[in-house]
Design a protein around this ligand. Structure first.
Ligand SMILES: Cc1cc2nc3c(=O)[nH]c(=O)nc-3n(C[C@H](O)[C@H](O)[C@H](O)COP(=O)(O)OP(=O)(O)OC[C@H]3O[C@@H](n4cnc5c(N)ncnc54)[C@H](O)[C@@H]3O)c2cc1C
Length: 301
């Protein structure tokens, strides 16, 4: 039987990289190597690849910008699929159709410049459109659920289907896609509004300054580690437990924002894993609260 390199070549699937360090593909800058990283050129090529992966029982994961992932140091013995080629963008009045690989931050800035309002919350979120839909990414009391009208997905039977907002089950940092990771988002349709460009730019600039003051953006991280429980923000519980600055290997609970773990240099996924468990145990002991992670462990099984 042909191997995956031959398949990619035969069907002109797209770029393939072999034995590639994953640290280049996530914002913590951690992880072992991936056996293959593949950039399918379009949905038809993606479906050919997915069918081959399924028939041959190969491990795979679609990733966006890796801004919510914690990779282990092991070899990822399978295929990492990147949808960077899915970067189409079409704007008709206030309706924006955008590929899953498009940067949500770039999109937010571009829409603001055009005076299209609704994505201002995303100017500090370094993910892809697909990852933002999957996570229902959000900030400042807004999230993707407010603006996504529908998404185009490849379903587990390799059909391209449309899921509407009501199908997507958006709640705080979760969605239908998160509960059904075998669906792959390839495109999203967003409904924005006409807004006052000057006001929007001011809001974004103000929030940017606040983020620079309160978040450790000078270090690699993946944003908030834990979801906020009902009783208080996770960062407040961690700070009150005296855990700011706590370090394991190269991973540290940020002194600036206790819900961020930063890579101070040379951190491994295992350092972050151990620090997360330490925080969970301490907070459970001190407050009874079971912190739930926002970030996802990949390649730990
Ligand atoms: C400095 C910093 C600040 C941040 N601030 C915020 C914030 O304010 N609000 C917030 O919500 N998040 C924030 N984040 C977290 C992160 O940016 C978001 O969760 C983002 O939506 C993840 O997108 P991604 O493309 O990087 O996804 P990845 O991290 O690559 O993947 C996340 C999950 O989505 C799945 N996925 C990715 N693409 C697809 C697709 N096309 N189809 C199906 N599944 C897919 C992956 O398989 C994975 O399970 C921050 C992160 C950083 C580093």
């Amino acid at each position: 039987m042909e191997n995956i390199i031959q398949l990619v070549d035969k069907y002109k699937i797209g770029k393939i990289i072999v034995d590639e360090p994953l640290k280049k593909y996530n914002t913590y800058k951690i992880g072992g190597n991936a056996k293959y990283i593949i950039y399918p050129k379009n949905e038809e090529k993606l479906i050919i690849l997915l069918k081959y992966i399924k028939e041959n029982n190969i491990k795979y994961k679609v990733i966006g910008r890796g801004s919510n992932l914690i990779f282990s140091s092991k070899l990822y013995d399978g295929v990492i699929i990147k949808l960077d080629e899915f970067d189409n963008l079409d704007i008709e009045d206030t309706i924006v159709t955008v590929g899953a690989g498009y940067s949500i931050m770039k999109l937010a800035i571009e829409m603001t410049k055009k005076g299209l309002s609704g994505l201002e919350f995303a100017t500090g979120i370094p993910g892809s459109v697909g990852g933002a839909v999957f996570m229902n990414a959000g900030a400042y009391n807004s999230d993707m659920g407010y603006i996504v009208s529908e998404v185009k997905v490849i379903d587990p039977n390799f059909n391209i289907v449309t899921l509407y907002n009501s199908d997507l089950d958006f709640h705080y940092r979760t969605s239908f896609l998160q509960k059904n990771p075998e669906y792959i988002c390839i495109e999203a349709k967003l409904v924005l509004k006409h807004g006052d460009r000057k006001e929007m730019i001011e809001i974004i600039e103000d929030r940017k300054q606040r983020r620079l003051l309160t978040q450790p953006l000078e270090f690699p991280s993946a944003g908030s580690v834990f979801r906020n429980p009902d009783i208080a923000p996770a960062g407040k519980l961690i700070e009150d437990a005296g855990l700011k600055g706590k370090t394991i290997g190269g991973a540290m609970i940020s002194k600036k924002h206790a819900n961020f773990i930063i890579n101070t240099g040379g951190a491994t996924g295992e350092d972050i894993y151990n620090l997360i468990n330490l925080v969970k145990n301490e907070i459970k002991k001190k407050t009874g609260v079971e912190l739930k992670q926002e970030q996802e462990f990949v390649n730990w099984e």
